[in-house]
Design a protein around this ligand. Structure first.
Ligand code: C2O
Ligand code: CU
Ligand code: CU
Length: 419
């Protein structure tokens, strides 16, 4: 949906109801960013590019479109303060200025985010930059999006929105890029998977029986590749992995059981016991040789904890942060543009939560991976360095919230100004 217009990249999205066929002979009513009936087109832009996105709302209710992971002015963020009424078009424009990363977009209307995302409104937003890195980069060939969502289907074929538990809507069927039980024809010795957990509540521990290297996380590439047995992704998180394939040897990308740290059987209820097949990799009998993985992926300076850095503490309890429920009229924190702070996320609750910060790029202390969403298991504290974005606005806030969307909707969200 993108075109160049006077030096700018212009993208048109239409959020609208539609119909999809996930199961044989069954029609499922869905919402999508047109032309897609479910999901959304992948948007791609380069660092330094000026982007204009026009979102038209053809849904029965008000929505918003948020650019998750993007560094941009608060008015363009697409959070709860940028509503798009039915029939209206909202225009967001900004200059892309951040390193290459796998970002995404989704609705963020306060109190209704889970419903809007669950009905299908989700797309990828890939940021490229000019620093050459020799990773597989042919989109759809050896650089493949893997958008994970889970759904349960009601008897009439519609998405079941009734079976919520403490973490939110959990499905028994995984859709990968909107497809049930998908496979990928692999033609190269290495394939890069850009995995996004777009599920409302489910966490995955992804693993494949083949050498797997983590090359990137939410906010960009790692300093150097890291071989990993698996990667845990809570809702909203991304991972870029490179899988080494052998000619003719089929393997399956799976989600394995993992410890959510939850107590009182909540882990089981939250899907922590489930084993799920996600994507079958089907390498051809002869494979084109991919280049070796580079030793250095990114030369970006990691964040450093400076003496005297401001520390903020966020205590998580049931649908509350620091005892507060989201209030659109209250400003909870005021930050300085470009500041680097230390944030402590303290989970005093029996449920797993994860914390997503708009506009900022984070690194968990001692970890060089760029994050915008971090998991915080029950009873644990996560300390992260947070680099605030450069844009000041004395009126319009950004959000900090749990990305288990039901928790967000139930008030587990605060607002901060950057001034
Ligand atoms: Cu992905 Cu505030 O959201
Ligand atoms: Cu976000
Ligand atoms: Cu939560």
């Amino acid at each position: 949906p993108t075109r160049r217009e006077g030096g700018r990249r212009v993208v048109e999205l239409v959020a609208a109801p539609g119909e999809s066929a996930f199961l044989d002979g069954v029609v499922t009513p869905t919402w999508g960013y047109g032309p897609m009936a479910f999901g959304g087109p992948t948007i791609r832009a380069r660092r330094g590019e000026d982007v204009v996105v026009r979102v038209t709302n053809r849904l029965p209710g008000t929505t918003t479109t948020h650019w998750h992971g993007m560094t941009l002015p608060a008015r363009m963020d697409g959070g709860p303060h940028q509503p798009i009424a039915p029939g209206a078009t909202w225009e967001a424009s900004w200059r892309i200025d951040q390193p290459a990363a796998t970002l995404w977009y989704h609705p963020h209307p306060h109190g209704r985010t889970e419903r809007h995302v669950h009905r299908g409104l989700t797309g990828l937003f890939l940021v490229d930059d000019d620093v050459p890195v020799d990773l597989p980069d042919r989109y759809g060939v050896d650089d493949v999006p893997v958008v994970l969502t889970d759904r349960s289907f009601a008897a009439d074929g519609s998405f079941d929105e009734s079976r919520r538990n403490a973490v939110g809507l959990l499905g028994d069927t995984v859709l990968v890029n909107g497809t049930v039980a998908p496979y990928l024809d692999v033609r190269t010795t290495r394939v890069r998977l850009r995995v996004l957990n777009a599920s409302p509540a489910r966490s995955y521990r992804i693993a494949v029986d083949a050498p797997t290297t983590l090359v990137g996380t939410d906010g960009g590439l790692l300093p150097s590749p890291r071989e990993v047995p698996d990667v845990v992704l809570t809702p909203g998180e991304r991972a870029e992995v490179v899988v080494q394939c052998s000619p003719g040897r089929r393997t399956v990308l799976r989600s394995l059981p993992h410890d959510l740290g939850a107590v009182n059987g909540v882990a089981r209820a939250a899907g922590g016991d489930d084993t799920l097949d996600l994507l079958e990799l089907r390498p051809a009998g002869r494979l084109e040789r991919s280049p070796a993985l580079p030793a250095v992926l990114s030369r970006e300076t990691p964040l450093r904890e400076r003496a005297g850095a401001r520390t903020r503490r966020f205590v998580l309890s049931s649908n509350r942060i620091n005892g507060l429920a989201m209030d659109m009229t209250r400003v909870d924190e005021v930050l300085e543009p470009g500041a680097t702070e230390v944030w402590e996320f303290v989970n005093r609750h029996t449920l797993p939560h994860n914390l997503h910060v708009h506009d900022a790029r984070m690194q968990v202390l001692g970890e060089p991976a760029w994050k915008d969403t971090v998991a915080v298991a029950p009873g644990t504290t996560v300390r992260a360095l947070v680099r605030v974005g450069p844009y000041a606005d004395p009126e319009v806030p950004y959000m900090l919230h749990c990305h288990l969307l039901r928790h967000e909707d139930d008030g587990m969200m605060l607002q901060f100004l950057v001034v």
